[in-house]
Design a protein around this ligand. Sequence first.
Ligand SMILES: NCc1[nH]cc(CCC(=O)O)c1CC(=O)O
Length: 327
Amino acid sequence: MSRTLRIGTRDSQLAVWQATLVQNLLKGQGVSSELIYIKSEGDIDTVTPLYALGVQGVFTRSLDAALLSGRIDIAVHSMKDVPTQLAQGIQEVAVLERASTKDIFVYKNESDLAKLGWVNGQWSKVNREEQALTIDHSPFTIGTSSIRRIAQWKHRYPNTDVENLRGNVNTRLRKVAESDWAGAIFAAAGVERIEVRPATSVDLDWMLPAPAQGAIMIVCRSEDAEAYESVRPLNHPETALCVRVERDFLRTLMGGCSTPISALARIEYAQVRFEGNLCAPDGSELVEIQKQADIAFANNLGVDAANELLQNPRVLKIVEAIRNAKG
Ligand SMILES: NCc1[nH]cc(CCC(=O)O)c1CC(=O)O
């Protein structure tokens, strides 16, 4: 293809890193491209918690508009920020091989880790009631604006105060460093890609990530067959399958991003192993599910897991609580 593809990206360091990766991969396929920077609503308002911005796709809508108006040919997204329902006229082209899916806790004082149950380099089982006692009377504050992280954290550690923490990865790292909080939660993929993961951090193995966390998605206009053909070879089928299962789970339970719904699918020995959960926004309830299927039969795994959960009256109550919290 002789055309130079215009790659739309947000201008945060992480977004540019991801778009440059795509540019380099395309170059390897003999496809030339240039980066076009587009500001998103999520970058302009860096104060309001994401779940309170009230619209879906705060990081993706201006890139969608740039695609549809022909200013750019493809857009590169952190896939977990992309609404499960793509905008009309836009299609998924490729999902790159996934990086770490984990959430991590960036802490200030090592002594706080023991209170959280991190003993001898691993997470011990904690019991909500015992935990309530452990960090009772010593105010324990963490930073995050993710309703999903807040709910899972508070489910495990009920006596935590959570402070709003918005902005791109670098801004958030600086805010934590300047705060008097115990620490804050980040996606490992984000801090590892741009090589700013602090040594004072631990993987939150007990927390399930956002659907599609750690995956990069490339989209183009639905009718742009040429862009599709050029970019499609970058697709990593195993990652694409796993993130589709995770997003099916989210969409079937209740469409929308920034909900306290988590999901992770992994391929091991030709099996897709799926884990998902949903939480009441205040962390008081958590219901989880695990399911697996042979790769060849895994297409409906996310939908099936969600439908199985929806048979449970506790789940229906949580879904209701999530809807009301968003009201
Ligand atoms: N919502 C912001 C966002 N979108 C993607 C990432 C990190 C990279 C990824 O998870 O793919 C982050 C930062 C974070 O959650 O700490």
